[in-house]
Design a binder for this molecule. Structure first.
Ligand SMILES: [Cu+2]
Length: 345
């Protein structure tokens, strides 16, 4: 009997201590203070901050587009022109786009992180005309400023879930002009893709799930950009929906490598700017807008774990589309390079 009681007590004590050990593991939080504590640099609103933390970020993004996709298939700009049986007088050939983004994040509490983002964009488009001529248009300016609140639903057991409630303000220009081959020296309004802003207030909603172990981490984010109303030029850019997934390996306490796959759906432009002539150039025809894409990227994050520059980060990512199925005919995306610096105080 005595042995029996001792055994029960022993088992109960073991169970209790085992449970305590499990609780300790369960209490271990998801932490941002490691190189892969932030997502690949192209992903926004991927992390939250602890109460009182302030973070500044600068990102440079360069996107290259060249040649034409008709639906899923590679075509060429000349195929779309009237002399070759196409419907248009002008087709785009190439479009490089560069964007600088400045961001600030601040956490008034452990649950809530606020963020503000501003960006400056420069873009160029090379064209081919039905007569065989070539010309380039340029556009630049400050884009749409974005405000967001991130709300942490839970952080336990090395997992975190947070939501994003944001708004994009119509601060970017939608009236940028340049001289074209057909405008006889006059500056005329540029097509949709050459405008810097959406011209509408846009709701930006997201949900991010993060999980980490000692050396690997994983993140998944759904995002929606919903355009509210119509802009002053009588059109609405397409809503955007994306599902982003990334995986990272912490190679050292200062470096991680990442791989990312994103599914992206962009709706067609609704309405039309009455001053644009859709038969003139394929980028002025709203039919040629929106599509479905699968993008993939590889990158690395560098992180300063201690010392005077603790919490300074540098991230790099190189991304390419592995699938692009566009509405109508549009420029083909080639690659997107993102480089960023982040510093938390
Ligand atoms: Cu941050």
């Amino acid at each position: 009997m005595r042995n029996y009681i001792t055994t029960i007590l022993f088992v109960a004590t073991s169970l209790l201590s085992a449970q305590n050990a499990t609780l300790n593991i369960n209490n271990e939080k998801w932490k941002g203070g490691r190189p892969d504590g932030h997502a690949p640099i192209s992903v926004m609103a991927d992390h939250t901050h602890s109460k009182g933390e302030l973070m500044f970020s600068y990102r440079f993004m360069s996107m290259a587009m060249e040649n034409i996709n008709s639906g899923r298939h590679t075509s060429s700009p000349s195929h779309l022109l009237k002399p070759n049986g196409g419907n248009y007088m002008v087709a785009p050939v190439k479009m490089p786009m560069n964007m600088s983004m400045l961001g600030v994040m601040y956490a008034p509490s452990n649950r809530i992180t606020l963020s503000v983002m501003a960006n400056y964009m420069t873009t160029e488009m090379d064209h081919l005309t039905a007569m065989g001529g070539k010309f380039t248009t340029k556009s630049a300016g400050f884009g749409d400023a974005k405000l967001a609140m991130l709300y942490q639903f839970f952080n336990a057991n090395k997992k975190q879930l947070h939501g994003k409630l944001g708004v994009s303000l119509p601060t970017g220009a939608i009236d940028n002009k340049d001289v074209t081959a057909a405008s006889v020296g006059q500056e005329v309004i540029l097509p949709y893709g050459m405008q810097i802003g959406s011209g509408t207030f846009d709701a930006e909603l997201g949900l991010t799930f993060l999980i980490q172990s000692e050396v690997v981490s994983f993140g998944s984010q759904v995002n929606g950009v919903i355009r509210l109303g119509e802009n002053s030029n009588n059109y609405t850019l397409g809503n955007r929906y994306s599902l982003n997934n990334w995986f990272a390996v912490k190679a050292a306490n200062w470096m991680s490598f990442s791989a990312r796959v994103e599914g992206l759906a962009v709706e067609q432009i609704k309405g039309a700017n009455p001053t644009l002539h859709p038969g003139m150039i394929i980028t002025a025809d709203t039919y040629n807008s929106g599509g479905r894409f699968i993008n993939s990227g590889v990158g690395f994050n560098l992180y300063v774990p201690s010392g005077a520059f603790k919490d300074l980060r540098l991230g790099f990512e190189y991304a390419i589309p592995v699938y692009q199925n566009v509405n109508g005919s549009q420029l083909q995306t080639k690659e997107t390079i993102t480089l960023g610096l982040q510093y938390a105080l």
